[in-house]
Design a protein around this ligand. Structure first.
Ligand code: E4P
Length: 217
């Protein structure tokens, strides 16, 4: 499973990239606003830190505007993936980006029918929003399973990118449901490393080791 960071914080990204476990990055207009920085500059910086796919979202709502913005974003670096909303206009733009060889991440996906259309448009990634569906009273994770079944039935190459992840258990559930990737906020990514029994066990091992008075080196 590919693990992406859902963030625009370049310092945090450098820190996580050092683990060798970050496969890519996703951003969105809210995260760009939170950074308080110019979008093109942020995306260029992220692309210098992360070799894998870096999703940069268009702001236009009509396909022609999305195409103009997406081409500009894609020109920043070869690993930029143009993120477009799952709307009729967004899917028209996705089809054209696909024909131009520009990678896409179709975002704000909340139903299997929408995901089917994204795959037909040739999307590189589709982003079902798990947490927001849970907030809405649905079972977000069921959507991942449904999309997995549909994509497998028809051998669509579009990768399922579980988004709006709120907890470590969301990540494991998405992996079990067959998501190809998950995009994870930094605090949740940090939580993936941890288990109280790991900490307790390590403390015990270190204490017992100290009693031996030995040194490996
Ligand atoms: C994904 O591409 C989005 O940027 C993100 O996962 C949205 O998460 P949120 O619902 O926590 O805002």
């Amino acid at each position: 499973m590919q693990l992406f960071l859902d963030s625009t914080d370049v310092a945090v990204m450098r820190d996580f990239a050092a683990t060798g476990l970050v496969d890519g990055v996703t951003t969105n207009p809210s995260l760009i606003a939170k950074s308080g920085r110019p979008m093109l500059e942020v995306i260029a910086e992220i692309c210098q830190v992360i070799d894998g796919p870096v999703s940069a979202e268009v702001a236009a709502v009509e396909s022609q505007g999305m195409l103009a913005e997406g081409r500009k974003l894609a020109a920043i670096a070869t690993n930029v993936v143009v993120k477009v909303p799952l709307t009729r206009e967004g899917l028209i733009a996705t089809g054209q980006f696909t024909r131009e060889g520009i990678q896409t991440n179709v975002t704000l996906c909340f139903s299997a029918a929408q995901a089917l259309l994204a795959a037909k448009a040739g999307a590189t990634y589709v982003s079902p929003f798990i947490g927001r569906l849970d907030d809405h009273g649905a079972q977000g994770m069921d959507l991942i399973s449904e999309i997995r079944a549909i994509y497998d039935n028809y051998e669509y190459d579009t990768e399922i990118l579980a988004a709006s992840i709120r907890s470590a258990s969301h990540v494991t559930a998405a992996a079990l449901a067959g998501a190809d990737c998950a995009t994870i906020p930094p605090d949740v990514f940090a939580a993936l490393f941890k288990h109280p029994l790991t900490e307790k066990g390590l403390e015990q091992f270190m204490s017992d080791w100290a009693k031996t008075g030995q040194s490996i080196l």
